[in-house]
Design a protein around this ligand. Structure first.
Ligand SMILES: [Fe+2]
Length: 303
């Protein structure tokens, strides 16, 4: 196979077929043969070779891609398994947290019950010594809680009031019964003695670790809005909202109910007292709520 150049400069592939013609003695006479242009055939062969090479290369690439795809699939499967494992762990952690929360709630509930039991026990002690005070504390608590509900106070305030109301006069255990039940006006000394009862109650209740400011509410239940109350003579917003409610409920119950040293003055007289002290002695909102509780809601103090 030869490559020749045409006159126009293009290349041509030639196939030679020549043989030597000799005489009888073996001398060369001439050459005989053909020269064939096989450019087209050569080009086709070359093209076929190139195509085969391309096909081989493409096959190689395809194999590589398939391998990459398999690796990616494997990674995805591993990631999916990790995610499943993480999900399982998260579920377990959530279950643990839920259990811990439920246990904490149960413990808090038991503590609350124990504290309420403590207060009930204190109330029982008061009742043994002074049945009148115990009944007064129960009725004041009912009215105070009704007022607080009317005011839209939260659950914590209601619980604090329920506890504080039941023991708000526990400090009176230090006041002689003759003074507590004495008909008529008290002497200055006697009144000074009575005025100590919120302090003593505070000292007793402050030893119990309530979640709510029960001791402070009790300490302030004789304070007045204008600062004319006792024991500290604090005024306005210095007095806890629950103590302002307890103060009004205490006054109303005391006046409306029978006392050992005088007959009941009645609910109308009690409401007239808080109305006249509305905004001065007593918190105006609390007075309004108390009036609504009695006049609109039909609240009645039990006997
Ligand atoms: Fe009191």
């Amino acid at each position: 196979m030869l490559q020749n150049c045409r006159r126009d400069g293009s290349l041509v592939w030639l196939k030679e077929n020549a043989q030597v013609m000799r005489d009888a003695d073996g001398r060369t006479l001439y050459y005989e043969g053909t020269v064939e242009d096989i450019s087209a055939e050569h080009a086709a062969r070359e093209e076929a070779r190139l195509s085969a090479e391309q096909a081989r290369a493409a096959e190689g690439e395809a194999r590589l891609s398939a391998e990459q795809a398999r690796a990616a699939e494997e990674q995805a499967r591993a990631a999916e398994e990790q995610a499943r494992a993480a999900e399982g762990e998260a579920r377990m952690a959530a279950a643990d947290a839920h259990r811990a929360q439920a246990e904490a709630q149960a413990a808090a509930e038991r503590l609350r019950e124990a504290l309420e039991g403590t207060v009930t026990a204190m109330g029982a002690l008061t009742e043994i010594r002074d049945p009148h005070t115990a009944g007064h504390e129960r009725r004041v608590t009912m009215l105070a809680v009704a007022i607080a509900r009317r005011l839209g106070m939260g659950d914590d305030s209601l619980t604090a009031l329920r506890l504080a109301g039941q023991v708000h006069d526990i400090g009176k255990i230090s006041v002689p019964a003759e003074i507590l039940n004495k008909p008529g006006a008290l002497s200055e000394m006697e009144f000074e003695l009575v005025k100590q009862h919120p302090r003593l109650a505070y000292a007793i209740l402050n030893t119990v670790s309530f979640e709510w400011p029960v001791a402070l509410i009790v300490l302030q239940h004789h304070e007045r809005r204008d600062g004319s109350g006792y024991p500290h003579g604090i005024a306005g917003d210095e007095i806890l909202p629950e103590a302002r409610v307890l103060a009004v409920a205490d006054v109303v119950e005391s006046m409306a109910s029978h006392r050992p040293y005088r007959p009941a003055l009645g609910m109308d007289a009690a409401l007239a007292e808080i109305e006249s002290g509305r905004g001065t002695l007593y918190d105006a909102d609390v007075v309004d709520a108390c009036l609504a509780v009695v006049r609109k809601d039909g609240f009645e103090l039990p006997g």
